[in-house]
Design a protein around this ligand. Structure first.
Ligand SMILES: C[S@@+](CC[C@H](N)C(=O)[O-])C[C@H]1O[C@@H](n2cnc3c(N)ncnc32)[C@H](O)[C@@H]1O
Length: 177
């Protein structure tokens, strides 16, 4: 999609769910943006004082992201296949961000996403995820979606849900210490 220039999800508007965390009291740790695309959210976090790693499978998107900001560690990574590309972040990430990547992954991709989340997160880390529910079959365009039950199952045991979700498509979790 990035290569074809078809990126309907793109907007430079930073969602309040993220600005609240970016400038909040526990701000300025290490953040990992999974499926960062062209990097608007990662760049915003970097400008807010965070040390940020932005990972995306698309070289095209990361090229745009690099042009957007030099303050982020941009990486071309398929998070469902190259999980060891993020091994250097093990136990170091205070904020895991995913705006629209998880809900497009396969079932195996979900498991690998959860593996990455659990690998990189510090105790007490936050996870902020925007994911839409399944749209039913057959879906031709757009993400397949992921149910709240599935998101909770992926993060459920080692994370707990915070009750400040601005709307049902946002998930805000904290890792258990
Ligand atoms: C809907 S876009 C959202 C991009 C960005 N987070 C935003 O909000 O603008 C989903 C992104 O996930 C990336 N993506 C999909 N599968 C991925 C994977 N296996 N590993 C890394 N990135 C992936 C896509 O390349 C795309 O940039």
């Amino acid at each position: 999609m990035h290569r074809l220039g078809i990126t309907p999800w793109e907007s430079n508007r930073i969602p309040p769910a993220l600005t609240n965390i970016a400038g909040g009291p526990s701000h300025a740790g290490i953040a990992l943006d999974l499926g960062c695309g062209t990097g608007a959210h990662a760049a915003h976090l970097a400008e807010s004082g965070w040390e940020v790693i932005g990972a995306d499978v698309s070289r095209h998107a990361i090229a745009h992201a690099r042009a957007r900001s030099t303050r982020v560690d941009w990486r071309v990574v398929d998070i469902t296949r190259e999980t060891n590309a993020l091994d250097d972040l093990a136990g170091r990430v205070d904020l895991l961000l995913d705006v629209g990547c998880l809900h497009g992954l396969s079932d195996i991709g979900h498991q690998r996403w959860a593996h990455v989340a659990n690998l990189v997160a510090t105790p007490n880390a936050q996870a902020l995820v925007w994911a839409t529910p399944p749209r039913g079959m057959p879906y031709r365009f757009g993400p397949r979606g992921i149910s709240p039950t599935k998101v909770r199952a992926l993060l459920g045991r080692t994370w707990f849900e915070l009750d400040d979700r601005p709307d049902p498509d946002w998930y805000h979790y904290r890792r258990r210490p």
